[in-house]
Design a protein around this ligand. Structure first.
Ligand code: FE2
Length: 283
């Protein structure tokens, strides 16, 4: 029996405007009331504004425990500093995969006072066994991300494999695929995705069509994909640029409170107590 099946759009979630950090305005699709999580993904926020008032306040010092935060910049720049002295600068095209593990306290601040700031933050859960691991950073320069040029398409490979190239982010529990795909009119894209992996598409610019059914997905919409072996995308608009994310689901209980994502309420209480007493980042 041939087991091949193309993934289709199961559901579309439109971004909702919300405010985070010290007053940053952003577009949230995952992690809000409509879609709390998509195992193992916990949150997807997009900042896209050329008005400094929307982003300048940034994300001053705040903690994380129990998961990974992924920052991917399209335009503009973000500075990252943590409480134990790590420092990173993310320019347009750069990525940072930060495994918070048992705890980090950091700030994420836009490094500009004018012009377009466009970027994403994705939260990826850690399995129970690694929630308290030592924190780890993978800072990826723009030139370290393979870029595959096709006819009417361009694909950047942040994590996972595409077109014979493997992305620079490695050694992540949930075996993620993170692609940034840009199509122009009449362009198309096809890629195999492990059948049981959770997968979704976020359209950041223009519009695309997904699956055999050619379901339209527009700018600032997240499309949850059905199970299947492969995804096909086409563009009949002027352009269509999207993130394709896929990963192995964890199927573990989630206890979540703000920047802490654990398995039980007791572990959340412990995280809050550790943060208050300054022990969050102690190993
Ligand atoms: Fe953060």
């Amino acid at each position: 029996m041939k087991a091949s099946a193309t993934r289709e759009v199961a559901r579309i979630v439109a971004a909702r405007k919300t405010t985070e950090g010290a007053g940053v305005r952003l577009n949230r699709t995952l992690g809000g009331p409509e879609l709390a999580s998509l195992d193992p993904f916990l949150l997807l926020d997009e900042i896209r504004s050329d008005r400094p008032d929307d982003y300048a306040a940034g994300f001053p010092s705040h903690p994380h425990r129990g998961f990974e935060t992924v920052t991917y910049m399209i335009d503009g720049a973000m500075d990252h500093k943590d409480s134990v002295g790590n420092h990173g600068h993310l320019a347009g095209g750069a990525a940072q995969w930060m495994t918070a593990g048992r705890g980090i306290v950091h700030s994420e601040m836009p490094q500009q006072d004018r012009g377009l700031l466009w970027g994403f933050q994705l939260w990826v859960n850690l399995p129970k066994a690694h929630k308290m691991m030592k924190p780890r950073y993978q800072d990826i320069a723009p030139t370290s991300i393979p870029e595959i040029a096709g006819e009417r398409s361009r694909t950047r490979v942040v994590a996972g494999a595409y077109g014979g190239s493997t992305g620079p982010v490695g050694n992540i529990d949930v075996e993620p695929l993170f692609l940034d795909v840009a199509l122009t009119s009449k362009g198309s894209f096809a890629h195999a995705i492990p059948k049981k992996h959770t997968a979704f598409v976020y359209v950041m610019d223009g519009a695309i069509r997904l699956g055999e059914k050619q379901s339209e997905v527009r700018e600032r919409e997240l499309a949850i994909l059905t199970e299947g072996d492969a995804l096909i995308a086409t563009c009949d608009a002027e352009r269509g640029r999207f993130l394709l994310l896929a990963a192995r689901p964890l199927n573990e209980p989630i206890a979540r409170h703000g920047p802490f994502v654990m398995n039980t309420d007791d572990e959340i209480r412990e995280a809050i107590a550790d943060y208050r007493s300054g022990r969050l980042t102690e190993g």
